[in-house]
Design a protein around this ligand. Structure first.
Ligand code: ADP
Length: 321
């Protein structure tokens, strides 16, 4: 392999730049040319390619977002769209591809290989951490820390006004962020999509907590739980008569400079992706498991489900007295 491409696709995540940098510099160290594909699969179909040398990625390791830009591309769901993308790659002499994104982006890479024999390796980049096959995804640690610093601030005002605060964090299908920030932020309750806790139970918990003399409380709501923070706040405050507020953290959780953990993870996985391609591996994601780099077939990342830890859920309950 003499020339490989790298792209970021789907939702952006802090640390994607550190991964791009690792791909480019590992490529340079191994004597292969790295081509940046801008705007994900949309840019691939338009042939938006640029050669990236070691200096092109200088001063990017600390930057959030993605210098290659990201996009969602409807045409790529169709064989016709993918055929256009594959022909652009072949015209440019790109023999292998590193795809940094989530399981949607990995689907695209999987089909490119199946239909057009483009070798590709996925790098998990998504703040939600809900990807099977890796203990952590790039961007997750930063998102958790960003949400946590907001929660710490909200707790100050919640305590001063003796208020009940519902804080919505990201996680449409998964409660990883909610569970971690809930435990780290000392939340009274953590509501996640995977947890079969009804709104009636939540109302009961809030009532009990008020009876115990708690004058202020923080309840973390993953956006995918029962319609999100606003709805939960509305229902609970009507049922209990308590003075409640909601704060929806939203997109602030996506941005910002990546944490040290995310930079190191992205550097390791970007490096591992290039080595995997050069070793002849393909149609796999590089992930991290028990501190070591692992290779997981791409299809497993969407066919299998990563569950939030039962132990963490129990811990959150025990500590929220
Ligand atoms: P993520 O990679 O973060 O999961 P998306 O699910 O939005 O984000 O996927 C990003 C892009 O990957 C889509 O816009 C599309 O171009 C491509 N993609 C997603 N799912 C598929 C699929 N089933 N088949 C082909 N391409 C897909």
């Amino acid at each position: 392999m003499k020339r490989i491409g790298v792209l970021t696709s789907g939702g952006d995540a802090p640390g994607m730049n550190a991964a791009i940098r690792a791909v480019v510099r590992t490529g340079a160290a191994k004597g292969i040319e790295v081509i940046g594909v801008r705007r994900g699969y949309a840019g691939m179909m338009d042939g938006e390619f640029e050669t990236l040398g070691p200096r092109s990625v200088a001063n990017t390791v600390q930057r959030g977002g993605t210098i290659l830009l990201t996009a969602r591309c409807k045409a790529f769901y169709t064989p016709e769209g993918r055929a256009i993308g594959a022909s652009k790659l072949k015209e440019a002499g790109i023999e292998g591809l590193v795809v940094i994104g989530g399981d949607g982006s990995f689907h695209g890479a999987h089909y490119l290989e199946l239909e057009h024999d483009i070798k590709s390796v996925g790098v998990p980049g998504t703040i939600d951490n809900d990807l099977y096959g890796t203990d952590y995804t790039i961007g997750y640690d930063t998102a958790v820390n960003t949400a946590l610093s907001a929660i710490d601030r909200i707790r100050d005002t919640a305590a001063s006004h003796e208020r009940l605060f519902f804080i919505e964090v990201m996680g449409r299908h998964a409660g990883f962020i909610a569970l971690d920030v809930g435990i780290a932020g000392g939340a009274e309750e953590i509501l996640i999509p995977e947890r079969p806790e009804s709104l009636e139970q939540v109302i009961e918990i809030v009532r009990e907590s008020a009876k115990k003399g708690k004058t202020s409380s923080i309840i973390i709501v993953a956006e995918g739980y029962e319609g999100g923070g606003l709805k939960v706040m509305d229902t609970v405050s009507k049922a209990t008569g308590l003075d409640a507020r909601v704060s929806i953290l939203g997109h602030v959780q996506r941005g910002g400079s990546p944490t040290a953990s995310d930079r190191v993870l992205a550097s390791r996985l970007g490096n591992a992706a290039v080595i995997a391609l050069l070793d002849g591996k393909s149609d796999v994601m590089v992930g991290i498991h028990a501190g070591e780099v692992v290779h997981v077939p791409l299809h497993e990342t969407w066919e299998k489900k990563k569950d939030v830890s039962l132990e963490m859920r129990e811990l959150a309950k025990t500590l929220a007295m």
